[in-house]
Design a protein around this ligand. Structure first.
Ligand SMILES: C[S@@+](CC[C@H](N)C(=O)[O-])C[C@H]1O[C@@H](n2cnc3c(N)ncnc32)[C@H](O)[C@@H]1O
Ligand SMILES: [Zn+2]
Length: 267
């Protein structure tokens, strides 16, 4: 792992500084966390996460993102993150495969990136998402294993948000970029992928006391999908856990519809 990133990690058990040992990270109290051969470190500290994305969901997501369907959103995030000077850290919390983190790092050549996700199949991929990125398995809801004020940019794309923790780890001059689905996101797909219409209000309630919303931009566009693309779009989302596989026509249209929210930390 990059030494500058290890320096910003904290022991998930006792919150002490971590340092790199042969094949592991360790704190001076004696807690040790093996570095996986795939290049990530598991800092879940034995906690069993509630609903991490499965290997099948992560593989479907990697394939959908690789096809470029969400490239306009990735470009929007990269433009919103930069340009910035004087290298620092981009965090992606709930990073999945690290696709959006990699797009942002391409735009910020002097920055390092850290992908955090509760799913080990996700961090395994995210660790390889960019030469300047590392990855850790950790749970947003159990306190991030990160130093205070360690990040300059925090990305959160379709993933859970912990306002207090995001505020603690983001520098006061940093920016928080959040992508959420709009109610018509993936309209045209059968079965519909459920999007909670109360999401915008909930987003504000979650983050509003910690962050100031500077502005939002919407990305709404039609995509033409093969039946296989449509299956993968459903398989990468939460409905894959319970919905039976649907039969899709050979070609269909769907709407990608998301909002990118730009936040700054409240003092
Ligand atoms: C819908 S996916 C989005 C992944 C990625 N941001 C993207 O858009 O491609 C949600 C991600 O959040 C992760 N996640 C869910 N609960 C989490 C938690 N409590 N802490 C950290 N990550 C979590 C999942 O494992 C999954 O990778
Ligand atoms: Zn420790």
């Amino acid at each position: 792992m990059h030494a500058e990133i290890v320096a910003r990690l904290r022991c998930p058990v006792c919150r002490e500084v971590l340092s790199e040992l042969p094949g592991a990270l360790g704190c001076r109290t004696g807690h040790r966390f093996d570095l996986a051969r795939q290049g990530y470190v598991n800092l879940l500290a034995g906690r069993v996460p509630a609903s991490p994305d499965t290997a099948e969901m992560v593989a479907a997501r990697a394939s959908v993102l690789g096809s470029g369907l969400f490239a306009p959103v990735a470009n929007g995030l990269a433009a919103a993150a930069g340009p910035l000077h004087d290298g620092g850290l981009v965090l992606d919390i709930g990073a999945g495969t690290g696709y959006y983190l990699a797009a942002v790092l391409d735009r910020l050549p002097s920055y390092l990136g850290l992908a955090v996700d509760v799913s080990t199949p996700a961090v395994r991929r995210a660790a390889r998402s960019h030469p300047r990125a590392d990855a850790v398995a950790a749970d947003t809801w159990h306190g991030l294993p990160l130093a205070d004020d360690c990040a300059d940019v925090l990305l959160n794309v379709f993933a859970p948000r912990n306002g207090a923790e995001f505020h603690r780890v983001l520098r006061s001059s940093g920016r928080l970029l959040v992508v959420t689905p709009r109610p018509d996101h993936l309209a045209g797909l059968e079965p519909p992928v459920a999007v909670d219409p109360a999401k915008a209000e909930r987003l504000d309630a979650t983050l509003g006391s910690w962050f100031h919303l500077e502005h939002s931009s919407e990305y709404v566009y039609e995509v033409s999908l093969s039946a296989a693309d449509a299956h993968r779009l459903v398989a990468m989302g939460p409905s894959a856990r319970h919905a039976p596989p649907a039969a899709f026509p050979p070609r269909l249209c769907a709407t990608i519809s998301v909002t990118l929210h730009h936040y700054s930390p409240r003092p």
